[in-house]
Write a protein that binds this ligand. Structure first.
Ligand SMILES: Nc1ncnc2c1ncn2[C@@H]1O[C@H](COP(=O)(O)OP(=O)(O)O)[C@@H](O)[C@H]1O
Ligand SMILES: [Mg+2]
Length: 249
């Protein structure tokens, strides 16, 4: 299924690399620039988006899957950030447990909902399963978050390989997160770029480098977005620069 080109997926393969934090922060930056943004928590069974933002949505994706709500009814407005979210629910299972039918109908509903937004961000969660890939295919751009850990690189490579097998023209860009500095970040990008060029004959673009910054953990711990808690931090500056590039396209 092909959509309007305002759906952006955030993926990684490996968990714990900062996808949810990157997704919430990019949504926030888009909202601050006057765009109507929706953040979809695709890490359904871990429900990290609402936790990072300190929200307790009355309706979430598990209500959609049990037929109690439509996807549009599962939208919660996040007042402080002025963007919308569709939350998962902890313990409700993962995308990988959903049937192909469920994924297809979810994709159709999401695609229709996307037409009412300037930007829809899909925080895809970890894993390289078919269901995660199907959601990724809904997006016109896929941002892969990596760190310098070898497992992050191998899992990201596996994700990219499968994504490319399904769509040779997929727009795949890399975010290096938790980089010690710009130079180290470029080295990490070089590693994934080389692997893609050697084995997949394709060169991913660099979306941006975000430095490791204790202010990120501090903001997450207080369940407050970094742009409200530590707006002058290194990580906030890095991700703002990255988001400006994303908006330019
Ligand atoms: N740029 C960063 N600098 C420092 N710590 C970070 C950064 N990005 C993410 N983290 C840390 O990584 C943890 C995992 O982030 P999260 O967004 O939940 O990852 P994922 O969604 O990929 O599992 C966060 O709790 C935070 O402490
Ligand atoms: Mg997450």
């Amino acid at each position: 299924m092909k959509s309007k080109d305002n759906i952006l997926a955030i993926a990684s393969g490996k968990g714990g690399v900062g996808k949810t934090w990157v997704s919430t922060t990019i949504s926030h930056i888009f909202a601050n620039s006057g765009r109507k943004a929706l953040l979809f928590d695709g890490d359904i069974g871990l429900a990290n988006v609402d936790v990072q933002l300190g929200l307790s949505p009355a309706v979430d994706l598990s209500d959609v899957f049990t037929g109690k709500a439509t996807l549009a009814q599962a939208v919660t407005h996040y007042d402080e950030g002025n963007f919308d979210i569709i939350a998962g629910r902890s313990g409700s299972g993962s995308l990988a447990n959903l049937s192909v039918d469920k994924i297809n109908s979810l994709s159709r509903e999401l695609d229709a909902l996307a037409k009412t937004y300037d930007l829809v961000l899909l925080d895809l969660g970890a894993g390289i399963e078919q269901q995660v890939q199907a959601m990724a295919q809904l997006a016109s751009r896929c941002l892969i978050v990596i760190t310098d850990e070898p497992t992050s690189l191998t899992d990201a490579y596996a994700f990219i390989k499968i994504l490319r097998m399904q769509n040779q023209d997929a727009d795949i860009q890399i975010i290096v997160n938790m980089a010690e500095n710009q130079r180290e970040g470029l080295k990490t990008f070089g590693a994934i770029k080389n692997a893609c060029e050697s084995f997949l004959k394709f060169s991913p673009r660099l979306a941006g480098i975000v430095r490791r910054d204790p202010k990120v953990k501090e903001a997450i711990r207080s369940q407050t977005p970094i742009l409200l808690k530590n707006s002058k931090s290194m990580a906030a500056a890095d991700i703002a620069a990255l988001a400006v590039k994303l908006m330019a396209r």
